[in-house]
Design a protein. Sequence first.
Length: 351
Amino acid sequence: MTPVQEAPANYATLTVATCNLLNLANPGRLFYPNQEAYTPAQFERKIEWLGGRFKALNADVLAVQEVWDEAALRGAVSRSGLHYGLVSVPGAENNPASSGAQGTPRVGLVSRLAVETLRSLTEFPPGAEVQVPDLGPHSRFERPPLLATLRMKHGQPVHVLTAHLKSKRPKFLQNEQGHPLEDRDDPKVAARATLRSLVMRGAEAAALRSIVIDLLRGTHTPLVVMGDFNDSPHSVTTQLVAATSEVAYDKAARDVALFNAYEYQGEAALKKDVAYSHVHQGFPEVLDQILVSEEFVPHSRFNLGDVRRVDYFNDHLHEGRDATRSDHGFVRAVLRWRLPQPPALTPARTA
């Protein structure tokens, strides 16, 4: 009798990408006092350029940062020629009751997948508040993360968390009118101001970690965390969010850990020396990251698939700084889910 043959594995794919859009705002809108608003011509170039990048990425889910006006993002998505059911930037809506984001830009989500829930996380979880030197208690995200629960066509739910953590830029003291209260040219003052930023970014990372644990503990719904972390993959603040290093000492820590998608690509992926998303003073950095839960990690007991490949779209970083483009590269990951196999067919007996 001919032996039963195992059916080949079938996969469903999910393509995700993270994009820092560099102050995407409507034309004529003053978003920072020290920066000029976009002219209509500049705005046109920006959304046309972004539309081209979105088309090249062709992702099912886009996590976006630095959006001042949701309407501007909708314009860029429209220029891509791709269809998305959801384009949302909570806090940056343009309607009679709201004129976009105020104070700081917001993060948003663009998705082809069905959206079950979508919420902006403004406050730190209980117990996550910290004291920032000379500023006092810090208990809110400057740019609230966005948490979505999406559902793929085959029914698999997935959580997507989009974040933009505090930058390394020194946090100088200023009054309510925005006037400086300390000497920004004093290197000792600059050091203390940089410490404030570090404490704030660390607090946001720890708060995000608490959210990740609550999402992963006791469940096996896959989680993808994407965004601008303003730090490298192995920095203290990024590892506060991911806790990948804990897995080396405790395999059970996988349950609530996150893994850098780039480092867990499949064997077929092409790992090139272009894995950077930002260039600062001539040095390439990886600030924009895609982290995944253990469901995409080989040999995990709860493995459902893998990271097929990760690509960095960063050629424009060497074309000169231009506000109508972005100063960040975009990062895309192709994730795969292993679908249940149909029952194997047993060959009929032969005489």
